[in-house]
Design a protein around this ligand. Sequence first.
Ligand SMILES: Cc1cc2nc3c(=O)[nH]c(=O)nc-3n(C[C@H](O)[C@H](O)[C@H](O)COP(=O)(O)OP(=O)(O)OC[C@H]3O[C@@H](n4cnc5c(N)ncnc54)[C@H](O)[C@@H]3O)c2cc1C
Length: 435
Amino acid sequence: MGQPVEKKNHKKASGIYDVIVIGAGASGMMAAITAARQGRRVLLLEHMDKPGKKLLATGNGRCNYTNEDMDYSYYYGNKELVPSIMRYFHNYDTVSFFKEIGIYPRKKNGYYYPFSGQALSVVEALTAELKRLSVTLVVSCDIHGLKPDSRGFYVQTSTGNYRGKNVIVATGLKASEKLGSDGSLFPIIKGLGHRFVPILPALCGFEAKGMNFKRVAGVRTQASLSLVTDGCRSKLEEEGELQLTDYGVSGIPVFQISSNASRALYAGRKVGLEIDFMPDLTHSMLVEELNRRFARDKGQRTLSQSLCGLFHQKLIPEFLKKAGFHPEADAGSLGPSEVEKLATTILRYPVELTKVRDFSTAQVCTGGIRSEEIDIHTLESKLVPGLFFAGEILDVDGICGGYNLQWAWASGYVAGMLGAPVHFECHMCDSDSTD
Ligand SMILES: Cc1cc2nc3c(=O)[nH]c(=O)nc-3n(C[C@H](O)[C@H](O)[C@H](O)COP(=O)(O)OP(=O)(O)OC[C@H]3O[C@@H](n4cnc5c(N)ncnc54)[C@H](O)[C@@H]3O)c2cc1C
């Protein structure tokens, strides 16, 4: 593994740096590499004992670092920021950049992972590149003060005080705090005059009611769901493996609607889901299937038994009770309109979302630095010249699938260009032969 240039207690980290990057996560390492590639003298400060701790946890330890399908509608927050930044560093630039530093890509259903299958390789490749470029990395470094002055910035820390002409803040928000992004720099950033769009957990589960969740806990089932806000059903449907837990709902389709749901709950709106527990069948196909089963089992099995083999056993009583039928009633006891009602319940099962799970379970956060306080082309503060932001701390969050890391790389790249971004230039440049 590429060792950090320096580790602790950095008397040697002296003189004035062209740029001090705070936070050695995805965007901070990218910003430091970009600045160093421009010939800048770079200091990278990290308060954890190692860089890239969150990166190691990404993609279940495999790091889904970008996606082939880069549609800006997959991002939430400030809508102008993503196109404005991504034009300098797009998904294909991410693939090229990582190839340059030794990460051979593996594409699966459009999702990019390192061929090694290890997030560790991504962290090691980034730290090796930092070392090659002589970036000074200081870990276990708590920031006590950040003061702009006539010479740039004076940064007071637990490992010494440093001077930089520019500062890039890449400290993330508060998702999965134990991996480092704990909001500890927020008071200092606010002290410089910046304000935040409310920071809320996203890509996480929700507490819910409308089903006996204690009883169905542990069920994983294919489902399609739509978000319903103040009675209004979203046109977007998210299909995938729904996880029912003792507190409520989780799993990829819930994560995909989580940003919108989290913000709607914060705004005090009534938020729910309509869950289609049989996305493979239309309403009329399901009615036909139910009628076939009930006719077959009439006088011999209960309603509950008749549905066995169609749905998870724990779900069947929930469907029947929600539709107003007794699970122990005879399979032949429902009339045509009642079968219709049962099918509707199964295909549009209503659940109320009562609370978003906390930051410790969230993969990202919504919200961040208010975009009107930064230049959306350079990511420089409009309030404090020479101060830049990168990564999740900006008001952008994406759905699952490599979109959040793509944002981290792109915004890290632009911030690292220190006010003069140009399109990323690949040094290997057979960039599109990645399939
Ligand atoms: C479990 C999990 C899985 C994920 N999987 C994926 C995935 O597969 N694909 C994807 O695209 N996204 C994924 N994400 C989201 C992705 O990891 C983040 O969007 C991305 O890491 C954000 O990058 P960042 O640089 O802004 O912040 P971070 O990566 O959080 O880095 C911030 C850094 O700043 C440091 N820091 C914070 N405060 C201070 C301070 N006061 N002083 C000094 N240093 C500080 C932190 O310790 C940290 O190292 C996942 C997230 C989690 C939690």
